[in-house]
Design a protein around this ligand. Structure first.
Ligand code: GAP
Length: 465
């Protein structure tokens, strides 16, 4: 076992033990590619989605040359009229190449383009197709969209799809947003929501799942300004990851080569992160220049005119009697995975220090930590709970906080270290004498004493929140 695999196994075990992530429907043996977030994991993921929404929608960064722009949100249905997916190209083209292994005892299904990283069920063969026994078929195209039906009749007329991306709900609502708000180009529409892909080989924990959440922005701009906005978003998105504690040496912006780009795309950068399960950085987010492809397609398929969603060019000089020019906006799409970033945050936070009483701890950025503080009476007697409870109740109004009066103090610290709680306040014998409590810092296990009335203020200062 190499060191990195070992780290990943430790992370998975900690996530299970402490209630970050469980396999979906585990009591029935689980189901491949589906995951549940436990009490700590759902707080962590919520903090991630809240940070994304706040930093991109409520308080977006300034654009090129300090330019302000508007961002609005939508929350669209998962099942849409199937014509959406015909227009977007997903019905015809959202496919991966799949091969089957016909060897006795295998019958595995693999992605043809990922054979050398697909473990083979037939031992001693390690990777699919590696051994002489493997009998792989020719690749065939497999559509990743999950199908279901609406209404009581289950025939082709009622066939619908679970959305494979949140983006199309945004495009389909472009005319609604334009007519119901006062947004002006350049502006963006954001959405966070579930997406579903029937991945042939879900793998690497939650990294490639069949049900996952996306955090997507479709940013509409003038064609001639589109490259400037593309570069702006690429840089802004990298800065965002760094601002939440992802170290820059583990982040890599990878500009896609011409051969990788969709036919309508002018440029695309994958923002990648070096996960412990891989030697190469893997995609966290794609920032794509999509040109006017999506609005053209939806214009053509819904209104019979690919220019149906053209907007008025407010910058055309006004000449008496002449109409202003029109254009179909270009789109820059920063498209991030909430689950992939949650996994990156977990991997980045995982720390191991043998010299500590509790070697494993999660060094979450204060904004993302699921629990910000804990209050511990050293023992559940001698008036200590009476001092601790009011401190806990005060902090809890402002920050997620836990109170625990049971077990040894070492075990309680260890639990909070594994949960990634930045500070623990402990009431002990000295508190009754001089009114001070111990503050224990998660990152270096150091302890100082502060006045018991200053706990909330101290926490605010230290967390910077
Ligand atoms: N609208 C563009 C789009 O969906 P994508 O690169 O297919 O682009 C965007 O997906 C992001 O969604 C990815 O960068 C990744 O973070 C996340 N994502 C995609 N497929 C995923 C999967 N099977 N499991 C978890 N996250 C996934």
């Amino acid at each position: 076992m190499n060191q990195q695999t070992d780290v990943m196994e430790k992370i998975v075990a900690l996530c299970r033990r402490r209630g970050f992530i469980f396999g979906s429907s585990e009591i029935y043996g689980g189901i491949g590619g589906f995951w549940d977030y436990g009490p700590l994991g759902c707080e962590l993921k919520r903090n991630i989605k809240d940070a994304w929404w706040y930093d991109n929608v409520r308080n977006p960064p300034l654009g090129p040359n300090g330019r302000e722009f508007q961002m609005v949100g939508v929350d669209c249905s998962i099942i849409m009229n199937p014509k959406v997916w015909e227009a977007s190209g997903h019905v015809g083209g959202f496919k991966d190449p799949m091969v089957t292994c016909k060897a006795e005892g295998c019958k595995g299904l693999f992605r043809a383009d990922q054979l050398n990283s697909s473990p083979c069920p037939l031992k001693p063969s390690k990777m699919a197709g590696e051994s002489e026994k493997c009998a792989l078929t020719e690749p065939r195209a497999f559509n990743l969209m999950f199908e279901t039906h609406t209404g009581a009749l289950q025939d082709s007329s009622s066939k619908v799809y679970l959305r494979p991306e949140t983006a199309q709900g945004i495009f389909a609502n472009f005319p609604n947003v334009m007519s119901s708000t006062r947004v002006k180009i350049p502006f963006g529409i954001a959405q966070i929501g579930k997406a579903f892909r029937n991945e042939i080989n879900p793998r690497n924990y939650t990294f490639r799942s069949r049900e996952f959440e996306q955090m997507e922005i479709e940013f509409f701009c003038k064609p001639e300004e589109s490259m400037e906005w593309y570069e702006f978003w690429r840089n802004a998105r990298i800065k965002w990851y760094e601002s939440l504690g992802i170290k820059s040496d583990k982040l890599r912006p990878r500009q896609q080569g011409k051969e990788e780009l969709a036919h309508y795309s002018k440029a695309c950068t994958d923002i990648e992160y070096l996960f412990p399960f891989s030697d190469e950085p893997q995609e966290l987010e794609g920032v794509a220049h999509r040109g006017s492809f999506d609005l053209n397609q939806h214009g053509k398929h819904s209104r019979g005119d690919e220019n149906a969603f053209a907007v008025i060019d407010e910058d055309t000089p006004t000449v008496a009697g002449e109409k202003k020019g029109k254009y179909v906006p270009h789109v820059i799409e920063p498209s991030a995975g909430a689950d992939r970033f949650t996994l990156a945050v977990i991997c980045e936070a995982y720390s191991y220090d043998e010299s500590r009483a509790s070697p494993e701890f999660m060094k979450f950025h204060p904004r993302l930590a699921p629990i910000k503080a804990a209050v511990f009476p050293l023992v559940a007697k001698d008036g200590m709970p009476e001092i601790g409870e009011p401190i806990y109740r005060e902090i809890k109004k402002h920050f997620p906080c836990q109170y625990d009066a049971k077990q040894s103090i070492g075990k309680r610290y260890a639990r909070m270290d594994e949960a990634g709680t930045p500070f623990c306040f402990t009431i002990d014998g000295q508190t009754k004498e001089d009114g001070t409590v111990t503050v224990r810092n998660r990152d270096d296990a150091s302890q100082i004493r502060i006045d018991k009335t200053r706990c909330l203020e101290y926490l605010r200062d230290q967390l910077g929140l």
